[in-house]
Every structure is written in C-alpha cells, then in structure tokens.
Design a protein around this ligand. Structure first.
Ligand code: GDP
Length: 196
C-alpha cells in the first residue's frame, strides 16, 4: 500500500505542498473480456501497471488536468465475475465504494451489453438515493465486422438509464483519454450541483 505512482498525465511536481485536490474512486464494471483491464492499462500507463501488479494491487491513481483544473482519479479494476454459489459480498462492496462508475461492454458481444444493463440496475438498487456519475462504455470499436451492438442502441440504453455514453477502442487507444476526462466532468457536475 502507499505505492501509488504518478502518471505522465499528472502535472504534479514533487515537493510542492499546495492544497491536495480531492481524490475520487472510479470503479470499472462489466463482463469478463470486455476490455476493462485494457482500458485501465491505458489510464495507468504500462510501467505503473507492472509496478502495482508486483504488489498485488488493482488500483491506479492519476491526476488529470481537465478544463484547466486538476482532479485525481483512483481507478479500481476489481470487479469479478459471479461464481456459482459464491456469496456476493465482494461484489456488493464494489457497488458501494465508487464515487463514479464505468460500465463496460463489448460492441462485439450482445451478452455483455445485456449484462451492462443489469449492472446499471444493481447499482441503482445498491445506491438508491444517490446521484452517482455512470458512464456506459461500448469498447472494441476497432472490430467493425464483429459488431453486434449498434451505436444507437448503446446511446439509447444510456438515455434510458440516465448515464453518459462513449464508444472506445482500447486496441487503437481511441476515445480512452476522453472517457476518463468525461468521468472527471461528470464528477464535477455533481459536485457543483450538490453545492448549489
Ligand atoms: P477484462 O476481462 O474486461 O479486463 O478484459 P481485458 O482487458 O482483459 O481484455 C480481454 C481481451 O480483449 C484481451 O485479449 C484484450 O487484448 C482484448 N481487447 C480489449 N480491448 C480491446 C479493443 O478495444 N479491441 C480489441 N480488438 N481487443 C480488445
């Protein structure tokens, strides 16, 4: 614990002792194989990832400068598939700890899209009274010929579930920075709303 490296997106300078900006926990949800780890790898940077994995961690912290303001995200890649008969305490905890959620499906896997809807419902149930930022992510857009879920379906689902929507390709590094910037903006919108 405590070994949280800075990424190259960070503009922290060591030794500065200014006021610490708040840190927000972002939890990635979604079926196995949809690309959660690949997305978080891009967020973390490969070197940081390797360093943390040696210490058995799956949390990646970076400070992003978005619209001229710094925000630190701690991204947790801790979601595990449901095991038969397994008690779901760990999963319930995942649904409790996030300040924001990224629900990922693969555009090449309709089952993962349906799971994403179920996850949204579980999250709503677990955090009933809260207005938590949720981003629905259709990943693997590079696999054009294998697409099973259209952009329109993704967008419509996000509208129904009252979340933001973006399509990404971790393989092509397309829209991945935009995804995490979007998370920061959604967090700030809520923060502003609560204060007013
Ligand atoms: P996770 O189980 O959700 O964490 O998924 P992973 O990140 O481990 O990815 C599962 C597989 O999908 C791996 O073989 C990845 O290389 C691949 N993958 C992830 N994202 C993409 C993508 O955007 N495009 C393509 N073509 N493959 C991807």
């Amino acid at each position: 614990c405590g070994r949280v490296p800075r990424g190259s997106w960070s503009s922290d300078s060591s030794g500065s002792s200014g006021p610490r900006e708040p840190r927000y926990r972002v939890v990635l949800l979604g079926d196995p194989g949809v690309g959660k780890t690949s997305l978080v790898n891009l967020f973390a940077g490969v070197q940081e990832r390797e360093l943390l994995e040696q210490h058995g961690e799956a949390a990646y912290e970076r400070t992003l400068t978005v619209d001229g303001e710094e925000t630190t995200l701690l991204v947790l890649d801790i979601w595990e598939p449901e095991q038969r008969g397994e008690e779901s305490r760990r999963r319930s905890r995942c649904l409790q700890v996030g300040n924001a959620y990224v629900i990922v499906y693969s555009i090449t896997d309709r089952g993962s899209f349906e799971s994403a809807s179920e996850l949204r419902i579980q999250l709503r149930r677990a955090r009933q009274a809260e207005d938590i930022p949720i981003i629905l992510v259709g990943n693997k857009t590079d696999l054009v010929r294998c697409r099973e879920v259209s952009v329109e379906e993704g967008r419509a689902c996000a509208a129904v579930f009252d979340c933001k929507f973006i399509e990404t390709s971790a393989a092509l590094q397309h829209n991945v920075a935009e995804l995490f910037e979007g998370v920061v903006r959604q967090i700030r919108l809520r923060r502003g709303g609560k204060e007013s």
